[in-house]
Ligand binder design. Structure first.
Ligand SMILES: Cc1cc2nc3c(=O)[nH]c(=O)nc-3n(C[C@H](O)[C@H](O)[C@H](O)COP(=O)(O)O)c2cc1C
Length: 361
């Protein structure tokens, strides 16, 4: 199922090594100004960030809007947008049809879809499919033009390197700090260590995972749809669609489960004429609804499965064991490239809920 959403609806299309990847977004009212250059700059942050730290596949990812936006405004119809796949090399993936890569989708996908599956470059299981999420995230952001919503994601950790990112630092400041390094981390010292760790892992023929934190401010109090479409449910549904995401937590998350109520409850107080909380252990969500404090979500991203070291696999035709050396071009760490995708899914989820709850026209 490549479709998601009730009011803000998206359908992903394309494959990693087909002619294009992209998205159709439905449910956007007419007359909304959409700045394609803002969407393009989100796409640019998802691109391989330099040969040292990313895949050697170099895609320009130039945004093409096929329909739904005319003279910078939505026309009320479905929005179709894509980028072309230009740097395609199918040959290295031929063997994967019969010798599945450990840690990748090859084996279950082949069992499910048989010979018909186009698994070249990962097919529809490729990280490339997240191009459509980033485009949809940019369109979702445009719907909030009269409300001060903002979302920023960054690597909270890569491998065993942790970043210190104080809760009280404004997103605008974190954003400008994050832009000063290749991994997009606002903690400059940690960013250096993260970069070295990625380079070292690649040299060792290996890969690293990490945790992406997203902070989203400006969500209206009460946003969220009880019972099954809590903010946590909607964000997690999309977040788990991002290839390589294996865990999602909100606020104090799993660490909070070790505490006590007295330490985990966020005390309320009046800040002028507005209610807010002293701490934000809830991650800005109570009862599935927005509290008005920053929504904080963390995604656990596993280490890239396609590594240069030989690995144990099987030949599905001959039933022989195989020592597999994975071919193709791969990211030694997915985290930096998935940062704009994490922002996009948070924005998409909240936009759908906002349209459903009447918070957006
Ligand atoms: C932006 C992005 C880039 C990715 N790049 C690669 C890659 O270069 N090589 C690879 O093996 N997996 C890559 N992945 C992850 C795989 O697509 C994913 O691990 C695989 O489909 C199996 O799904 P699962 O890990 O969610 O179980 C990437 C994921 C994302 C989000």
């Amino acid at each position: 199922m490549m479709r998601w959403g009730e009011r803000f609806r998206l359908t992903l299309f394309g494959t990693s090594h087909g002619p294009e990847v992209g998205v159709i977004v439905e449910g956007v009212p007419e007359g909304v100004p959409v700045d394609p250059s803002a969407v393009q700059s989100d796409l640019d942050r998802r691109r391989p960030i330099g040969r040292r730290l990313a895949t050697r596949r170099q895609e320009p990812d130039r945004l093409v809007i096929d329909s739904g936006i005319v003279d910078g405004r939505t026309d009320g119809g479905p929005i179709r947008a894509h980028v072309a796949n230009e740097d395609v090399q199918r040959a290295p993936y031929d063997r994967q049809r019969y010798v599945p890569r450990p840690g990748h989708a090859d084996y279950p996908a082949r069992m499910r879809f048989g010979d018909a599956a186009d698994l070249s470059g990962g097919g529809i299981f490729s990280g490339r499919m997240t191009v459509g999420l980033v485009i949809a995230g940019g369109i979702a952001r445009a719907l909030w033009r009269d409300r001060p919503i903002d979302a920023l994601a960054f690597p909270r950790s890569i491998g065993t390197v942790d970043a210190e990112v104080p809760e009280e630092t404004p997103l605008a400041e974190l954003r400008s700090r994050a832009r000063s390094n290749e991994v997009g981390c606002p903690d400059a010292a940690a960013a250096k260590r993260m970069e070295s760790a990625i380079v070292e892992a690649r040299r060792a023929g290996d890969s690293l995972g990490g945790v992406i934190e997203t902070r989203l401010t400006g969500a209206p109090v009460g946003l969220g749809e009880p019972f099954f479409d809590s903010i946590e449910s909607a964000v997690s549904h999309l977040a788990f669609s991002i290839p390589a995401v294996k865990g999602v937590e909100f606020g104090a998350g799993f660490a909070g489960a070790r505490g006590r109520g007295s330490g985990e409850n966020d005390a309320f107080f009046w800040d002028g004429d507005r209610v807010t909380t002293r701490t934000n252990r809830s991650g800005g969500i109570l009862g599935g609804l927005a509290v008005g404090t920053p929504i904080v979500v963390r995604l656990a991203v596993k280490p890239t499965s396609s590594i240069a070291r030989p690995q144990e696999s099987v030949d599905l035709r001959t039933h022989e064991p195989v020592r597999l050396v994975v071919a193709g071009r791969h990211d030694p760490c997915i985290v930096p490239r998935a940062v704009p995708v994490a922002e996009a899914v948070a924005l998409i989820a909240l936009t759908d809920l906002a349209l459903r709850g009447g918070f957006l026209p």
